[in-house]
Design a binder for this molecule. Structure first.
Ligand code: 13P
Length: 257
């Protein structure tokens, strides 16, 4: 973390979990456990159908609501899809773009990721852009090249003045939901690479202000070590964000003075 130049963001990604009633129970529990985080922003990215309730439930505490995806067009004949504009009107602040599960199961490509980044920024949402390598790619030794390519594609034609709204999340695919975490050094190295790519594209001032999160089996035990890396500015948390006590412990790890 480097709080001098950029925000630390702890974001939960609920994926396809929690019904409306479970969301209510979670909100009560989280509010009873969580103080007022001073040093980090807390975000919960929830299924579309729970967004409206979540914005109401978390209104009186410092939790921003995010979506897990959006479409790249603002409206049109796209049955079953949701636009960034629709999310904005519900009070959504963040949107996860290009999660590896969407790349794997729903044909999300670096090209659609770029279009969605533009759509999110256009609507006034902050995209959390996910990048990450598979185990095979890591073993082939192409991780840093791949990440560089993904970051460049995501940012194509994004102007410098919009960059303060963009968040990146490094999520090694082999670490998601597996209990395997990247070592703090591995996470730090890739997050540093993401910032280097941004620096080459936009200059040092822009690069140092961008929040770069780590995601992949982050939990209360490993959070502190990961967050101690200078280029790891928070976490995108799946499993542990479904349990209020664990999520609060991670927030506390990010919130130490
Ligand atoms: P887990 O924390 O369950 O590994 O999920 C990480 C993730 O995919 C967050 O987007």
């Amino acid at each position: 973390m480097n709080r001098r130049y950029r925000k630390t963001i702890i974001a939960g990604n609920w994926k396809m979990n929690k019904t409306l009633s479970e969301t209510r129970i979670f909100a009560d529990e989280l509010k009873s456990l969580m103080g007022r985080p001073k040093w980090c922003e807390v975000v919960l990215c929830v299924p579309y159908v729970n967004i409206q309730a979540a914005t109401r439930l978390f209104k009186d505490c410092r939790v921003s609501i995010g979506a897990e995806n959006c479409h790249y067009e603002s409206s049109g004949a796209y049955t079953g899809e949701v636009s960034a504009e629709m999310l904005k009107e519900l009070g959504v602040k963040y949107v996860v773009i290009g999660h590896s599960e969407r790349r794997q199961y729903y044909n999300e490509t670096d090209f659609t990721v770029n279009k969605k980044v533009h759509a999110a920024l256009e609507a006034g949402l902050r995209p959390i852009v996910c990048v990450g390598e598979s185990l095979e790619q890591r073993e082939l030794g192409v991780t840093l090249e791949l990440i560089t390519y993904q970051v460049k594609c995501a940012l194509s034609r994004v102007p410098a003045e919009k960059m303060r709204h963009v968040v990146f999340a490094y999520e090694p695919i082999w670490a998601i939901g597996t209990g395997k975490t990247a070592t703090a050094q591995e996470a730090g190295e890739v997050c540093e690479t993401i910032r280097t790519v941004i620096r080459k594209l936009y200059g040092a001032r822009v690069a140092r202000a961008v929040t770069v999160q780590y995601g992949g089996s982050m939990n209360p035990k490993n959070a502190q070590e990961l967050l101690a890396q200078p280029d790891v500015d928070g976490g995108l948390i799946g499993g542990a964000s479904l349990k209020p006590d664990q999520f609060v412990e991670i927030i506390n790890a990010a919130n130490q003075e």
